[in-house]
Ligand binder design. Structure first.
Ligand SMILES: Cc1cc2nc3c(=O)[nH]c(=O)nc-3n(C[C@H](O)[C@H](O)[C@H](O)COP(=O)(O)OP(=O)(O)OC[C@H]3O[C@@H](n4cnc5c(N)ncnc54)[C@H](O)[C@@H]3O)c2cc1C
Length: 447
């Protein structure tokens, strides 16, 4: 059926996209550079290798990743079907036998009559119908080629800051104010930032805990990243430079008074709104590479964050991603070229399931483009639609990868206080909207 479609990257997104196209009768050439060229994180030559944890998160239908997986199954996801096939006992989460999972995906893809698997590094963006799914560890040569297309809009972050849900911030301690009492961006008198005030003893206890905390080990290839720290320094590195470095840096209190005392605190942790709905806040300047268990514990020492619910913890690794809000359509097409799709973590959809979701939709939409059918745009109230909306509409200046989470969903018409009931209502709404959308689009999944 027509000319071959190129898919670059045999990870979670690339294998999903290739399979979707092949099952619809299209001929696909899938490039995977391993084992000819390695990445700093993959350790095998298998396709769809899970680089770190073997968990694909919650399987519950009213949790973000559970919703996302169910939506993907409704669309006929190959990767999620394989993950459930190779599930391990893990309570309410989907843990995957990583070797069997990757082995079977490799077998299916490499023996598919419609797929030609080429073990070669692609060094420039190919012409013709192309899906680029090379992930956060895209090779250097291809990164340069992507950059020539995206201009300055390609990011290479070493360290990222944690994000908490707004409802888990203790507002009896954290106060809303901008520095120097400047009015908020929407003219709101209360200011844009939440500020968590620390007295000297609290600050010193926080710094001591940070200095004692274990760091995530970097692979040898990634230790070179430590050279890039100056512009994006992790808080533990700042703490190591001197006991007050943080108090003069990201935790500086200048221009802020605690409304309870009208005094300037000794130090302050600022939180900035992270999503359009105001449901998520990130800790400003709090990039960190402290191990995740210890990290959550230490961050909860901050007054106002004792019960913080983290939707993302800080981490540091090579992470190449494009500025999707300026470059991508909600169909995963590059704005400037109809037959070029980006998919997976390179678009800023963080995590295994979110990455596979991008491959699923890019594959389906490439098939629809070539068949002259209208392209799919997931409903805004579905988890996939909410995540795609985020990556295509977030503020471009501060854009960073995001994983599926309930805070991305549009508010329900009626406020439901009980969290369990609220999540269930979100999940019901998502399912209803998706079902009617798939009927409207006359969508039939391939099996
Ligand atoms: C170190 C690290 C740990 C992570 N841990 C987790 C975790 O525990 N849980 C989680 O949910 N997410 C995690 N992620 C985030 C993300 O979910 C994974 O990176 C996920 O694998 C992304 O899927 P992908 O398909 O976009 O990219 P990948 O799965 O990385 O697939 C991209 C593929 O493209 C290939 N490739 C790259 N460049 C080229 C080229 N020029 N030519 C040909 N092939 C190329 C690569 O070899 C790779 O196989 C982690 C990311 C990193 C970097």
């Amino acid at each position: 059926m027509g000319k071959k479609i190129t898919v670059v990257g045999g990870g979670l997104a690339g294998t999903e996209a290739a399979w979707q196209l092949a099952q619809r009768g299209f001929a696909v050439r899938l490039y995977e550079m391993r084992p000819v060229r390695h990445t700093p994180a993959h350790v095998t030559d298998r396709l769809a290798e899970l680089v770190c944890s073997n968990s694909m998160g919650s399987a519950l239908p009213d949790r973000a990743l559970g919703m996302l997986k169910n939506e993907m199954l409704a669309l006929g996801s190959f990767v999620i079907r394989m993950a459930f096939k190779h599930a391990l006992p893990a309570g309410q989460a989907l843990a995957v036998g990583r070797e069997e999972f990757a082995e079977e995906i490799t077998d299916v893809i490499s023996s598919h009559p419609q797929i030609e698997l080429v073990r070669e590094e692609v060094t420039a963006i190919p012409g013709g119908p192309t899906i680029l799914a090379t992930g956060p560890l895209t090779s250097d040569a291809l990164t340069r080629s992507v950059q020539s297309l995206t201009g300055p809009y390609l990011y290479f972050y070493d360290a990222i800051a944690p994000i908490v849900t707004a409802e888990s911030i203790d507002t009896s301690i954290a106060f809303r104010r901008n520095r120097w009492d400047k009015t908020g961006s929407a003219g709101a008198a209360e200011g844009d930032y939440f500020n968590c005030p620390l007295n000297q003893a609290e600050y010193e206890a926080f710094v001591a805990a940070l200095l004692a905390a274990p760091k995530i080990e970097l692979s040898d290839a990634d230790t070179e990243l430590e050279r890039y720290f100056e512009g994006c320094m992790p808080i533990e590195e700042l703490a190591r430079r001197g006991k007050n470095t943080l108090a003069f840096g990201p935790m500086r209190p200048v221009g802020l008074r605690d409304p309870r005392t009208e005094q300037r605190p000794y130090a302050v942790v600022q939180l900035r709104q992270d999503n359009v709905a105001g449901a998520l806040y990130n800790l400003v300047g709090f990039q960190t590479n402290v191990k995740w268990g210890a990290q959550a514990e230490i961050l909860r020492l901050i007054p106002g964050l004792r019960n913080a619910e983290f939707v993302r913890l800080g981490q540091m690794h090579r992470n190449t991603f494009i500025n999707s809000p300026t470059l991508l359509r909600a169909t995963f097409q590059f704005k400037e070229r109809d037959d070029l799709f980006f998919a997976g973590q390179i678009t800023g959809t963080e995590g295994y399931v979110g990455s596979a979701m991008g491959g699923l939709l890019a594959g389906i939409n490439m098939a629809r483009l070539l068949a002259n059918k209208p392209l799919m745009q997931m409903p805004r109230a579905s988890m996939s639609g909410a995540l795609i909306h985020y990556i295509t509409h977030a503020a471009p200046d501060n854009f960073q990868p995001m994983k599926a989470n309930m805070g991305l969903l549009p508010a329900l018409p009626k406020r439901i206080r009980n969290k369990q009931q609220r999540y269930m209502a979100y999940a019901d709404k998502a399912k209803q909207d998706l079902d009617s959308y798939l009927t409207h689009m006359e969508f039939a999944p391939v099996t």
